[in-house]
Design a protein around this ligand. Structure first.
Ligand SMILES: [Zn+2]
Length: 254
């Protein structure tokens, strides 16, 4: 794992490779198009997944990172299916926040059927707080304390009333392309795989389209991704400012 000190504007913290793409891939693509530096930290390598080996999933995550134009992709190497909000894990995560100094963190909601997603949501919240403690940073001996200005929850399974909906219509094809990079997760690799182990149906892409269409409709656009903040969002929130500077119609290609 690289300790390279890549500064970031936004860091998405996800339990498994592909969670960040599924839940926030459009928001990430839009920020990257606007010239912002976005990274993804996966907490596990997804090795308990029914489909695909650890190596497959690493290659897929690398391909998806390229599609999205990520500055950084890291993996904390926690055990898949057994993610726990331990003191060790949250302090490692806090050290990563101090190292890459994101202004905004995107993370799982703590209400989710998958225990790894809940634990990842708790870990992100705890690390977000701890990353701002000067004494802890000094004890660690690494970079100084840095607490990102805001933490937003992204949508996995359990619905919530969003604080923001990000218009991802323009970048929606790129989001789907990033999700399709996880080929082992989309198609059965062996005849015994009926797809029945999926909690809400095997057609992942269709579920993403449905959810993003629903949230897009709520703000009058084709596709939207919901985000949830704790408490009211300041008009000066860095994420709001970044999205305002990267409106849905801009592209670095134009
Ligand atoms: Zn997941």
């Amino acid at each position: 794992m690289t300790e390279e000190r890549t500064p970031l504007d936004v860091l998405a913290i996800a339990a498994h490779p592909d969670d960040a793409e599924i839940s926030a891939g459009g928001t990430i693509a839009r920020l990257v198009e606007g010239g912002y530096r976005v990274g993804v930290l996966d907490l596990t390598r997804g090795e308990m997944g029914t489909r695909g080996t650890r190596e497959d999933r690493q290659a897929e995550a690398e391909a998806a990172s390229k599609v999205l134009g990520l500055r950084l992709r890291r993996n904390l190497g926690l055990p898949d299916g057994r993610v726990e909000a331990t003191v060790e894990a949250r302090e490692r995560l806090a050290a990563i926040l101090r190292l890459h100094t994101p202004r905004v963190v995107l993370a799982h909601h703590t209400d989710d059927p998958h225990p790894d997603h809940c634990a990842a949501g708790v870990l992100a919240q705890e690390a977000w707080y701890l990353s701002g403690l000067r004494r802890l940073a000094e004890q660690d001996g690494g970079p100084p304390a840095h607490r990102p200005a805001r933490l937003y929850r992204f949508l996995s399974h359990t619905a919530f009333a969003p604080s923001l909906v990000v218009d991802v219509t323009r970048v929606f094809d790129r989001k789907l392309e990033a999700i399709r990079a996880y080929a082992t997760q989309l198609e059965a690799q062996d005849p015994g795989d009926t797809g029945k182990h999926f909690l809400f149906g095997a057609d992942l892409e269709q579920r993403v389209i449905t959810k993003n269409r629903y949230h897009g409709e709520s703000i009058g656009v084709e596709y939207g991704e919901p985000l949830l903040a704790e408490g009211p969002v300041s008009a000066d929130c860095p994420l709001v400012a970044m999205l305002a500077a990267a409106p849905p119609g801009t592209s670095r290609d134009e």
